[in-house]
Design a protein around this ligand. Structure first.
Ligand SMILES: *[C@@H]1O[C@H](CO)[C@@H](O)[C@H](O)[C@H]1NC(C)=O
Ligand SMILES: *[C@@H]1O[C@H](CO)[C@@H](O)[C@H](O)[C@H]1NC(C)=O
Ligand SMILES: *[C@@H]1O[C@H](CO)[C@@H](O)[C@H](O)[C@H]1NC(C)=O
Length: 306
């Protein structure tokens, strides 16, 4: 308040101050009332439902029904608990908690659709159908190379191999380095953590889902939940919000802009299979489901994984 203001103004300011204090106190009380325990504390998303409200252990078991069958390649590794534990880092940032329960379920199905398709060992004649075999692998079985590229920021650790590991497979020293930075876990020195610890493996995949490949680009999360508004460049390139653009963010031209190729169709099939099993239904897949005609956000040599 300026010096020399009249009493009248001072009185009004006092009133405004009081109202502000009361409002602040009630917002405070509301946020406290909305904290939902160990999964979600102190974030604006705490008022929303959390993943365990709509995704329970039996649903995880349904989605990944064959992962512990004797012919699977990561028997006993993946479980519901590690998925939920990993998600507690990202739910306060909006993972599965943005836009209400329906969107939360769709996002979990979308994220797991990527995970399931990338870790599946289901083929045409597999028992239970080809889509029942997600989380069959936790690492590449016969790597043809060590995936080490000279990198100033993330030089390879002598003796370490950077072949595909995790829930959305991570390849190359550069990607281990940047995800390790994001999680504050030294994955550059210890890439093997992603095949030893399912929580870390899910966290690496969630970090990739929640973060853009390049600054000023949207993340897979952003393009899926509607946080991202395409520019004219994007619409010219047929990039629109939806599941299709999540494949564009994560895999670029390895999957997108190739028409209705098997690699893309397989990811979509897993997403829709999970929507059905979760009770959301594939009729609720959302707009712009594919990326058959999308121009990649980034050319392939920069994309996150194969
Ligand atoms: C979830 O939280 C975000 C951030 O506060 C909010 O914008 C959104 O409306 C919430 N959605 C629901 C359905 O609660
Ligand atoms: C697995 O990773 C999580 C998170 O990265 C960590 O908290 C936990 O201690 C790890 N478990 C083991 C057995 O190392
Ligand atoms: C839009 O696309 C043009 C042509 O590819 C490019 O030169 C320009 O930098 C893009 N603009 C933005 C904001 O990305």
């Amino acid at each position: 308040m300026a010096a020399g203001a009249s009493y009248r103004t001072a009185e009004a300011s006092f009133l405004i101050l009081t109202v502000t204090l009361i409002l602040a106190a009630s917002i405070d009380a509301k946020q406290k009332a909305c904290d939902k325990g160990w999964e979600c504390k102190g974030s604006i998303y705490c008022c929303n439902e959390t993943i365990t409200d709509f995704f329970e252990v039996y649903q995880f078991e349904n989605l990944f029904a064959k992962r512990n069958s004797p012919v699977a390649h990561a028997v006993g590794f993946w479980d519901y608990h590690s998925f939920i534990t990993a998600s507690t880092v990202f739910q306060p940032l909006g993972f599965g908690t943005t836009g209400g329960k329906h969107m939360g379920m769709m996002e979990v199905a979308a994220f797991l659709g990527h995970v399931g398709s990338k870790t599946s060992c289901g083929y045409g004649v597999a028992t239970g159908g080809p889509l029942a075999w997600g989380l069959c692998y936790n690492h590449e079985m016969s790597p043809s190379q060590s995936y080490c590229n000279p990198d100033y920021l993330y030089p390879c650790t002598p003796g370490a191999d950077y072949y595909g590991r995790g829930a959305i497979p991570v390849f190359w020293n550069y990607n281990y380095g940047i995800i390790g930075d994001g999680l504050k876990i030294d994955l550059l020195s210890h890439p093997e953590y992603l095949e030893q610890n399912a929580t870390t493996a899910f966290q690496a995949a969630m970090w990739r889902w929640m973060n853009p490949i390049k600054k000023k680009q949207p993340s897979a999360h952003d393009v899926f939940v509607g946080n991202w508004k395409p520019t004219k460049n994007d619409t010219d390139a047929k990039r629109l919000p939806g599941f299709g653009a999540t494949m564009n963010v994560l895999y670029g031209d390895q999957t997108c802009g190739q028409g209705f190729a098997d690699s893309m169709n397989n990811i979509i099939s897993h997403y829709q299979y999970y929507l059905d099993l979760m009770g959301v239904g594939r009729q609720n897949s959302g707009d712009n489901l594919d990326c058959a005609e999308q121009v990649p956000f980034n050319p392939s040599y920069k994309s996150a994984s194969t």
